[in-house]
Design a protein. Structure first.
Length: 385
C-alpha cells in the first residue's frame, strides 16, 4: 500500500504539472471558449472533425463558429484533467481503504460527482448542484476524520479539490471567461499540484530528523502564502487581458513611471453574469492598474524569496536555498521577457510552469523542515479500524 501511494502520488503530481502547463497554453492561446458547451465539445465527446459535423456545430452555436485549431486544445485539456481526476481518485481510495467509513465516503463522492455531471448535461441544475456539493464535502470530511498521518489525509482531500476544480472548469465556459472564475481555476490547478507534490514528498520520507531548522518553517510558510497571492494576481492579470497593458515597456509603463490608472475598476471582482469576457472588458487605465500591481507584487516576492534563499543557504540548507534562488531568478526573467517581447506564447506558458516549479521548491523546503513522522510508514493496525 505504501509503495503504491508513493508512486501514485508522484505520478499524479507530475501529471498535474503537465495539466497546469497545458491549461496555461489553452488559456494563453485564447482557446478557453473554443468548445462552447461542457463537458462535450459542440455536443461531441471529442470535437467536430468532418464537414457535416462542423456544419452541424455551426448551426447549433451560430454565435461561436467552430475553430478546429482551438477546439482540440480545449477538449484535450478536459481529457487530461479527467485522467488526472482518475489518478487522484485512485490515490484517495488507497489512502482511505483500510478505514471503512472513509473508503465509503470517497466512493460515494465519486458517485456523486458522476451523477452531478450527468444531471447537469440533462439540464437538472438543482439536483446537479446538490450532488456536486456532496462530492466536495465527503472527501473533506473523510480527510478531517481519518486517523492517519498528514500525507494520507492530504491524498484524500485532493480528490475533493479536484472535483471543485472540475466545477471551476465548467464555470469558466458557462460564465464566459469571467475573470474571478478563470483566476480561481488557475489557483485550483496549482492547489491540486501542491497537495499532490507535498504528499509525494512526505510519502518519500522527506523530513527533518531534529528541530535544528524549526525556526525557518514560519519563514518558508509565509513565502508560500506570498507566492500564492502573487500567482493569484498573475491570474487576475491574465484573465483581464492586462499582460500588455503597459505595452512593451519595462520597468516603466506606457513610457511613464506613473501612467493613468484606475485601481477601483481594475479590482472589481464581481460584475454580474451574462457578459462575454473574452478579450477583456476593462479600459486601459484599469488594465494598467492591474499590470502595475502585478509588477509591485513581483518585486515584493523577489525581495522576500531572495532573502529567504540566502537565509536557507546560511542555515545549512544550501541546496534548497540555491534551488529557490535559481527558480526565482528564472521566473523574474520570464516575466520581463513576456513584456519585452510582446507576450510570446511559449514564454507566457513557461512563465506559468516556472511559477509552479517555484511553488514546488518552497513546498520541498517546507517538507524538509517538518519532523520526519510516520507519513512514509504504514500505520499500526489499530489506526486502520
Amino acid at each position: 500500500m505504501l509503495r503504491a501511494l508513493r508512486w501514485l502520488a508522484l505520478l499524479a503530481a507530475v501529471f498535474a504539472f503537465g495539466v497546469v502547463m497545458f491549461g496555461a497554453f489553452v488559456r494563453l492561446s485564447n482557446a478557453g471558449l473554443s468548445c462552447p458547451d461542457w463537458p462535450t465539445c459542440y455536443g461531441q465527446v471529442t470535437w467536430p472533425a468532418h464537414a457535416h459535423e462542423i456544419a452541424r456545430a455551426d448551426a447549433a452555436f451560430p454565435d461561436r463558429p467552430y475553430e478546429d485549431h482551438k477546439a482540440w486544445r480545449e477538449q484535450v485539456h478536459r481529457f487530461l484533467a479527467g485522467t488526472l481526476g482518475t489518478l487522484v481518485l485512485a490515490l484517495a481510495l488507497i489512502a482511505a481503504w483500510r478505514t471503512r467509513w472513509a473508503r465509503a465516503a470517497v466512493i460515494a463522492a465519486a458517485v456523486c460527482a458522476a451523477c452531478g455531471v450527468t444531471l447537469y448535461m440533462r439540464g437538472q441544475m438543482a439536483l446537479s448542484s446538490l450532488f456536486s456539493a456532496l462530492a466536495l464535502g465527503l472527501p473533506a470530511l473523510a480527510a478531517l476524520g481519518l486517523k492517519r498521518p498528514a500525507a494520507w489525509r492530504i491524498a484524500v482531500l485532493a480528490f475533493g479539490v479536484i472535483v471543485f476544480q472540475a466545477m471551476l472548469g465548467m464555470w469558466t465556459v458557462t460564465l464566459l471567461l469571467k475573470p474571478i472564475v478563470v483566476m480561481g481555476h488557475l489557483l485550483g490547478g496549482l492547489t491540486t499540484f501542491a497537495l499532490l507534490a507535498y504528499a509525494a514528498l512526505r510519502f518519500a520520507g522527506v523530513g527533518a530528523a531534529d528541530d535544528r531548522h524549526a525556526p525557518l518553517r514560519h519563514a518558508v510558510a509565509f513565502g508560500i502564502v506570498l507566492l500564492a497571492a502573487q500567482i493569484a494576481l498573475g491570474g487576475w492579470t491574465s484573465s483581464n487581458y492586462a499582460a500588455l497593458a503597459c505595452g512593451t515597456d519595462f520597468p516603466t509603463c506606457l513610457g511613464q513611471w506613473a501612467p493613468p490608472t484606475d485601481f477601483g475598476q481594475g479590482f472589481v471582482l464581481w460584475r454580474g453574469i451574462g457578459v462575454n469576457y473574452e478579450g477583456g472588458v476593462l479600459d486601459m487605465a484599469a488594465r494598467s492598474a492591474i499590470q502595475i500591481a502585478h509588477r509591485l507584487g513581483a518585486l515584493a516576492v523577489f525581495l522576500y524569496l531572495g532573502w529567504l534563499s540566502h537565509r536557507l543557504a546560511r542555515r545549512g540548507l544550501r541546496g534548497f536555498g540555491i534551488a529557490v534562488g535559481a527558480v526565482l531568478v528564472a521566473q523574474v526573467l520570464l516575466g520581463i521577457s513576456n513584456v519585452h517581447f510582446g507576450l510570446p506564447l511559449p514564454v507566457a506558458t513557461l512563465h506559468n510552469g516556472v511559477a509552479a516549479l517555484l511553488l514546488l521548491t518552497l513546498l520541498a523546503t517546507l517538507a524538509r523542515l517538518q519532523p520526519r513522522g510516520d507519513d512514509a510508514a504504514l500505520s499500526s493496525p489499530g489506526l486502520s479500524r
